[in-house]
Design a protein around this ligand. Sequence first.
Ligand code: NI
Length: 371
Amino acid sequence: MSLEERLIEYFKWFHQNPELSYEEYETTERIRGILEEEKIEILPCSLKTGLVAIVRGKRKGPVQALRCDIDGLPIVEETGLSYASRHKGKMHACGHDFHTVAGIGCAILLNQKREELAGTVKILFQPGEESSLGALKLLETDVMEDVEQIWGIHADPTNEAGVLGIREGYVTAAVDRFVIRVTGTGCHGAHPDDGIDPIPAAAAVILGLQTIVSRNINAFHPALVSVTKVEAGNTWNVIPETALMEGTVRTMSREDRSLFEKRMREVAENTAKAYGGQAELEWFPGPAATYNDGEMVHKSIQAAEKCGLLVVPEESSMGGDDFSFYEKKIPGCYIKVGTGKGAAIHQPNFQVDQGVILPTAGYLTELLMQY
Ligand code: NI
């Protein structure tokens, strides 16, 4: 069987057997089995799910990492594919099955070219990306200690198969979650004057929050706040005591991120106060924005030219990726790989064009061998 046929067979297996964040036990065992069969070294490490493959080049060079995430999503698949998910309610709807086989393919090719490879490549099969925090599991081990730079890919259904979206600078946003609780005093719905209604206060807070984007953040800086959940009261004739709001803030720069948190607290607390109530904001920081290093972007375009792949400028996204946790200490580059135009990621009919698997593995190999 050719390498392409093997990779497609692996891909179908991963697609059929999606597992959610931190439950990727079967997936991990399958990756381990394939790597062992292909005689690729696996680094011993303390991960419960996920694993790290290593290819040691015969020439001197840097230690590089390639991140491939491996988890699926809690989505009921509707693609109708012959190799659709066998796990009801779980689906590889973000292309992490593709990332996994592209990583395996790259490991196989690099292993064949060890004589020419300069330095060492660690291929991280990372768990829990969809939780936004899976990268931290790898950072808790010592695997990343000697790594000098890191590469990542992501499936992109807005581009034709094999077209690469590459951009210097910020590519994905910082992802923060917040909860605001507005407290008033409950009373009869017919006598609002007897209490402090938290609902109009919460409504004013929601509108006020949007002015942070329009009035406090530099107009040239991407930033947004979405209140995605509002909860208050449980019947029609009682004014409740509290109103709860939850949502997400997306920013690119570190300064905007901390400014946003500070202003949200001020707007929530002072607006609620103006209505006679109180507000409390809880802030749950997620990954920072992903930033593509200029030098690495240059290399990634060069490698694409060598492989005859088309590169288009990538738009930055207000979505997030925990890839940025790796970039706290080392430079990184995150490349979008066109997987054929179709349904968006995280949708029940998202799918990856199989024809993109081998060229992506070949491209990543070219990329990692440029040193
Ligand atoms: Ni993803």
